[in-house]
Design a binder for this molecule. Structure first.
Ligand code: ZN
Length: 374
């Protein structure tokens, strides 16, 4: 069966899964402008939504993670009331559903949204209310989607134990797991060991930003000390893989462990290029990691700052690596298998929605090719 390369429009219709997306990195530019006006927030570089969208994206390719994170000052600056958080969360769900995503885990750091007096619980409740609203709107529009929250603690701060406890407290209300994010250098995962131990004791879930800009020790600590189930990025695992002159691939102990144990890698290719972790999409290790059958998933990280959607990210991979429907289905099934969502519900989405959806799109595009050839 011939398989023509997927188009953006087709990929948008495919039932996709997103595991690594930041709530404060995915706002609609017009919403940032409106919320800034409501809040009396006067630090935006421009009040024109189109110019602001361009500013965020143009601001991204500075090849420096620390500088990249500065763009969040503005988005976080306007997400300081329950109403603003609920609106941003609802719009996030609608935008993801509109991109054809059927399951997503969206993360945010509650401790960043308390500048105007919200308690941590208020922040979580506002976001979860927004998610529920967004899911209802999307469902009514014929674009059913399930969205769960991951609560992030900032690795440079000292509130991770509190945030882990908060995540556990809201586990039955829509919080699916715990995460730690922020600059890796100087802040090893083991700094937050007590938080990860709490998550473990509670039979709860954790992922961890590790191996993005920083190397193997960070990944090793995340897995072997903090018992992270997934790696946020984890792209530097390639530092433990060598290819000899005759093309033989050798995996070091850590890379072997990651592959053998099927540790999911939450790869975010465009984000890695923008933060300077990887020079270009063509040089991104996702091609090699896919070939070596690591548990690869593809993600957006920050849709606003990187000017991407999950569909555009997948299209970029098809164009760069010659991937087709089989690869995109594999990525989506990998992501669903790796979700912090009950096993039977994962199976239902994989067998009832994802596999049939990709099979039908692949069949349609194969038909189009044979029709053209006739
Ligand atoms: Zn991230």
């Amino acid at each position: 069966m011939q398989d023509s390369p997927p188009t953006l429009e087709q990929i948008r219709r495919a039932p996709k899964v997103l595991l690594h997306d930041h709530l404060d990195g995915g706002l609609r530019p017009a919403t940032v402008v409106e919320l800034a006006a409501d809040h009396g927030y006067d630090k935006l570089p421009t009040a024109d939504p189109d110019e602001l969208a361009a500013w965020f994206v143009a601001d991204a390719p500075r090849r420096d993670l620390v500088r990249y994170l500065e763009g969040f000052t503005h988005t976080v600056g306007v997400m300081q009331t329950a109403a603003a958080l609920e609106r941003v969360a609802a719009e996030c769900v609608e935008d993801l559903a509109d991109d054809g995503i059927v399951y997503a885990e969206v993360r945010f750091a509650p401790e960043l949204h308390t500048e105007r007096g919200l308690a941590l619980d208020d922040v979580v409740e506002a976001v979860l209310a927004g998610f529920a609203k967004g899911m209802a709107v999307a469902g009514t529009a014929g674009q059913p989607i399930v969205v769960r929250a991951l609560l992030t603690a900032m690795r440079s701060a000292a509130r991770s134990l509190e945030i882990a406890a908060l995540a556990v407290r809201y586990r039955d209300e829509g919080v699916a797991g715990f995460d730690v994010a922020g600059p890796e250098a100087g802040y090893p995962p083991t700094r937050h060991l007590d938080a990860f131990q709490l998550v473990q004791r509670e039979n709860f879930h954790a992922t961890l930003h590790a191996g993005e800009a920083f190397g193997l020790p960070s990944i090793w600590e995340a897995l072997q000390w903090c018992s992270a189930e997934r790696l946020g990025h984890g792209v530097r695992i390639v530092d433990d893989i060598t290819v000899s002159g005759d093309g033989m691939v050798h995996l070091g102990r850590l890379a072997s462990y990651v592959r053998d144990r099927r540790v999911p890698l939450e790869l975010c290719p465009t984000s890695n290029v923008h933060t300077g972790a990887v020079a270009s999409l063509a040089e991104h290790p996702i091609g090699d990691l896919r070939r070596l059958q690591f548990r690869v998933t593809v993600n957006t990280d920050n849709r606003l700052m990187s000017g991407v959607t999950l569909s555009s990210e997948m299209l970029g991979l098809c164009e760069t690596f010659g991937w087709g429907w089989g690869d995109l289905a594999w990525l989506s099934i990998n992501a669903m298998k790796s979700a912090f969502y009950p096993f039977d519900d994962r199976l239902a989405l994989i067998n009832g929605v994802i596999k049939p959806g990709f099979a039908s799109l692949a069949a349609q595009s194969a038909f189009r090719v044979s029709a053209t050839l006739r």
